[in-house]
Design a protein around this ligand. Sequence first.
Ligand SMILES: C[S@@+](CC[C@H](N)C(=O)[O-])C[C@H]1O[C@@H](n2cnc3c(N)ncnc32)[C@H](O)[C@@H]1O
Length: 296
Amino acid sequence: MLSVNNNPRPPAAVSVPAASQAGDAGAPGREFVWTNADFDRVQALIYQRAGISLHDGKHAMVYSRLSRRLRDTGHQSFKDYLGWLETHDGPEWQEFINALTTNLTSFFREQHHFEIFANHLKSRPAASAWRVWCNAASTGEEPYSIVMSALEALGAKPNFVLTASDIDSKVLASAAQGVYRLEGLKGVNEERMQRFFLRGKGANAGMARVKPELQRLIAFISVNLIRDDWPFREPFDVVFCRNVMIYFDAPTQRQVLERIHRVMAPGGLLFVGHAENFGESRDLFVLRGKTVYERR
Ligand SMILES: C[S@@+](CC[C@H](N)C(=O)[O-])C[C@H]1O[C@@H](n2cnc3c(N)ncnc32)[C@H](O)[C@@H]1O
């Protein structure tokens, strides 16, 4: 399993200031009362819905991210908000999940993966289409890096399709738009900037947009990695599942890995994040390089 965050279940909450524990007053400066019981409840709900194990050090992060949800939905306390959430199966669940995901990403993150990926693409005749899945795609830097690598390896009209997915609807919408601040494009060299991006002018100065030829190769869809309802019929040749399993506990990681194994073709490549290690799942994947596995 992965080398970090391997708690079998979400851990219990840590202590918070006495005023908060009492549940009848907020800590000084806090807009809403925030108790250990509130944190426990959030921890259980996000674990059930997204598989995310929030550890006790996340009190402040959870308070700050969910306070906005209380304001937007007009609730006066976490107790009321969470009680309402649990009894309503509406769109607020998506907002709740969006608020609690961590979406850090960048172009060509873990550069060596893209070199291995490009060489892998060149190893097969162009006749058969490459099917690639980038899950936990966040705001799109990773799927666009994948497509840039594919265009470089296979030529301008590649026999290649990429499915990019995430649980977070907000980042997925932003990924599909493909508009980035220039500061966020540091991992993209000048040659790639020229070939794959349009720089904004006037009111859009300081921004760049990916060219439509990249977007045409990607289908953006919502997929929750912990749900057994993935909409895939044909097997993938390559899967990028990077820097998301670190948020899951060991049993969840194993379940997700088994499902990924089921949707991959034998011999396919699985790229994982730098802190992720599936050594204990040798029955499914064999290590082929630094954080690169081959599907058995
Ligand atoms: C830290 S980002 C990693 C982004 C990208 N893969 C990378 O390595 O740069 C983690 C992403 O996983 C997504 N995520 C978290 N739980 C998920 C789940 N249960 N199913 C699908 N995506 C999930 C989050 O929304 C977030 O965008």
